[in-house]
Write a protein that binds this ligand. Sequence first.
Ligand SMILES: Cc1ncc(COP(=O)(O)O)c(C=O)c1O
Length: 467
Amino acid sequence: MTTGGQKRLREYLEKIYRQKTKKSLAVHRRAEKVMIKGGSHSLRLFAPYPVQIVGAEGACVRDADGNRYLDYWQGHYANILGHNPAVVRSALRSAEKRGALHTGFEAASQIELAELILGQLGYKDFRIRFTTSGSLATMYTVMLAMARTGREEVLKVGGGWHGASPFLLRGIKFDARRGFGAAESAGVPRDLIKRTWVVPFNDTQALEDMLKRRGERIACFILEPVLGVGGFLPARRDYLKEARRLTERYGVALIFDEIVSGFRFCPSGVQRFYGVVPDLTAFGKIIGGGHTIAAVVGRWDIMKLCERRPGGGPRVMFQGGTFSSHATYTLTGAAMIRHLVGQADRIYPRLAASGERLRRGVEAVFRDEGVEAACTGGPGDVLTGSSLFMVHFPRKPWPALTPEVLNDPLYSDVAFREETLKLALLTEGVHVMHGGGAISTAHAAADISRTIEAYGRIAALMKRFRD
Ligand SMILES: Cc1ncc(COP(=O)(O)O)c(C=O)c1O
C-alpha cells in the first residue's frame, strides 16, 4: 500500500472505531487524568484510545459500549481454556468457601501444583519455587545462574522478551540502526546492561562464536524454545541440541523461558518434545489458571542456592514476594494443570487443528485479494501443532524466516500490523495482539471461520485503499 492509501484507510477505520466505542473514549478520558497514557501496561494503550473491556466469557470479550470481540489476546495468552473456564471458577468457589483468600502462608495447593509441573517434566532431582510474575521468574533464573557460575554476563536472543527483569532489557525491539542490539529501557544502569549480549535466534554458528569469545564470562544463555513476541517462531531441534552441548562445554547455565510455550503445546514444557533438558526453566501465564503464578524449575544443586551457598556467602534472595505461591492461585493453577493433563488428548490436537485452519485461512484470504501477507506461529520441525498465529505484511521478498526479517521495517510493515490492522480487526469484532494471538479451547470452529472472514474483509479494504 502507498503511504497515502494507508493514511486514508487509517482515517476510514478510526471513524468507524470512534462511532462504535464512545463509552470507551469517555472511560479513557477519565483514566488519562490519573494514569500515564490512561493505563498500566503500554501494550494495551494503543491509539487513538484503547477499547475498555468490561466483561469476558469463553472466546469473547465485551466492551463498555456493549460490543463483543472474538478475543485472541486471551489474558496475554494465559487463558488456554478461554475466559472464566468452569475448572477455574470451581477452584475459586472452593477457595472462597475455605474462607482464607490471602494468608501469606504456604498452602497444600502449592504442593499439588509443584507435583503436577515437576511430574509432567519427569526429571529427577529438580525442584520448583513459585513467584508472582514471569518477569520475576526470569530475573531469578539469571540470579541463580550467576550465583552458580560466579559469572556476571548474560546471553539472550534477538527478539526475545523475558519481561521487565533489568538483566534482560536488551535486544527485544528491532532497531533500524542496531538491529536487535539496543538497550530497551531507561533506568537500567549502563554497566549492567552492557553485560547482556544478544545473538540471533536459531543460529548455531553465532552462538558458538559468541561462546568462544566470551563463554568463560557468561553465566547463562536464556531463550524461548518457541520465540514469542519476536515472531512466534519455533527453535529447530538441532539448534537447541547444540545450545545444550555448547553451554555445557563452556559451563554456561541453559535457561528456557517457557512462559508462553509451557502447557500451550502439550501438558508440560515444549522441552519435552525437543528432548533437551535445560538447567533452569521459567513458567508463567497458563500455570496460574488465569492468576498471578509463575515458577522457576531447576536442577536441585542450582535451586538450593535460594537457601544457602556452599562455603558461605549470601544466598540468592529468591523470596518470591508477599503474594508468592498465593493459596488461592495455586489452587486455580493446580485445577488448570490437572485439567490440561487429564484432557490432553482432546485439548491439544483440537487447538492445533484450529491453529492450522486459522493460519492457512488468513493467508488464503489475503492471497485472494492480492495482498502480500504471511502468518507465522506454525509448528516447525519438532512441534506437531500450534495454537499461535501472527500476521505479517512483507515489504519485499524475505531472505529467511528470522526474527530480524519479521521485525525489520525494510522487510515487514510492523507499524501497519501493530496500528492499522489492530484497529481494523476491532471494527470487525476481533481483538488481537501483534496481529494475531493465541487460540483457546473456547474458540469454536464457527469462531475460527468468523475470524478468517474478518481478515478477508480487511484484505479487501487494503486492496481498495491500495493507491
Ligand atoms: C516469554 C515471556 N517471558 C516473560 C514474560 C514476562 O511475564 P510477566 O508479564 O508475567 O511478567 C512474558 C510476558 O509476556 C513472556 O511472553
